[in-house]
Design a protein around this ligand. Sequence first.
Ligand code: NDP
Length: 490
Amino acid sequence: MNIYKALIGEHWKESSSGRTISSSNPFNQEVWASIPSLTKEDVAEAVEAAHLAFHDWKKTNGLERATLMHRLADLIEAEADHLAQVETTDNGKLFKETKNQILFSARNYRYFAGYADKLLGDFIPMDNREMIDYTIMEPVGPVALITAWNSPLSLLANKLAPALATGNTVVIKPSEQASISTLEFAKLTIQAGFPSGVINVITGDGAAGDALIRHPLIAKVSFTGGSQTARAITKAVSDKLIPVTLELGGKSPNIIFADADLEDALTGAIAGIFGATGQTCIAGSRLLVERSIVEIVKERLIRKAATIQLGDPFDPATDMGPVANKLQLKKIVSMITEAKEEGAELLYGGELAKEAGLHGYFIKPTIFFTENPEINIACEEVFGPVLTIIPFNDPEEALSIANRSPYGLAAGIWTRDIKKAHRLAAEIEAGNVWINTYRASAAGAPFGGTKQSGYGRERSWHALYEYTHIKNVMVNLSTKKRDPFSMQTK
Ligand code: NDP
């Protein structure tokens, strides 16, 4: 049993209440570690540490911050196996996927390190040549970074890298379901040399997150998680009027036209929904298929689903690991039951996988077909390996089904017709569109949602603006007298 502590300033702390939360391995359900369940007072201590550190950290120059961030990236790369091993033990995601994500997080720290000394302001030409105007990008202050359990370190990098590059201090709150990789990562931030209080990690349940965002010294919240929690957060901070970035769920359409390279498209469909056991916000959970190829798509997808290897997430031969926790498993099973009741045709899976050696939270890759895009399984996020195939007759109908969703996170388009692809990409209501690929990322490509999938952007230079205020400075060089009762506009 590994006993972890939270990082507050330079101290590793237990909860002042003595309470802990145990972490179990979703593959074998063994309790393998515990984390502190911090009290409101403990959380306040972390925010105060971040507030204190902000005073000096915001004055560091970009090169100093970049140097520390590159050092951190070096350490992440060196420790990628260890971090991935811990994260996989905690949330059951495949080791190869977790390691890949962790290496990608190092890439994100390097990307934003490159911006740390390039936070350029504008020089604004004035009508009056005796006036000068310029802008400065300033950090916003202690920021609360809240992440979900499916990819703790990768989601964290999306937030922490731009926050650090722009001179913010942070208090991180990972999910109680998978906090340990973040605590291991916190050790690396100390090793990299970040000053005490710049990066704090608190642990606990939703109440700890609530105490964090409500704290008067928290100046911004960046949240990844579900829409219900997002609503609670925006309400809770509405009195403080602080900015919030929201990365939420989706019900993303992955659209296959008859003129697509079918083998590539089917690989994209599998990657979209069965990769990471479907526990990804960008899951392509609605597969919209042109009617003329529906039967062949069904048949080939069933064949492919039958070859998916369920098993130990550490085994390189495994394609799909367990669902991350019992609660999530129950939710998936209940949505499958409801889909059957609503009349969706079950093409494959739809039940727990109980093959020899599978004792954890395993569910078979599941494929439904429906003519009715309004039923719940075709509208609501499952966050599991459940695909719903919906046919369409022409691009207009595909677009109308795709956009008939409260979510707007991602979309895929599979076609050889470049004009059709770009027309659809322009009209689809989603923050991220992939053409002839799916679930692909880059540090320099902005990521985020529209509609109920949230607002704000992560990755890319756009993210710098999520963690900065723009200050305008106007300088009068003139010696002329002015009329004090009239605004100076020249
Ligand atoms: P939740 O919304 O339940 O939790 C997200 C985080 O918020 C957790 O750390 C949670 O802590 C914390 N939290 C819970 N209640 C509060 C509160 N009142 N105030 C502050 N923080 C709180 O989401 P899940 O963890 O279940 O994650 C799944 C969701 O995340 C899915 O909808 C998925 O689509 C979305 N997601 C979005 C991504 C994106 O980038 N767009 C990426 C990955 C996931 P605790 O767990 O301890 O309760």
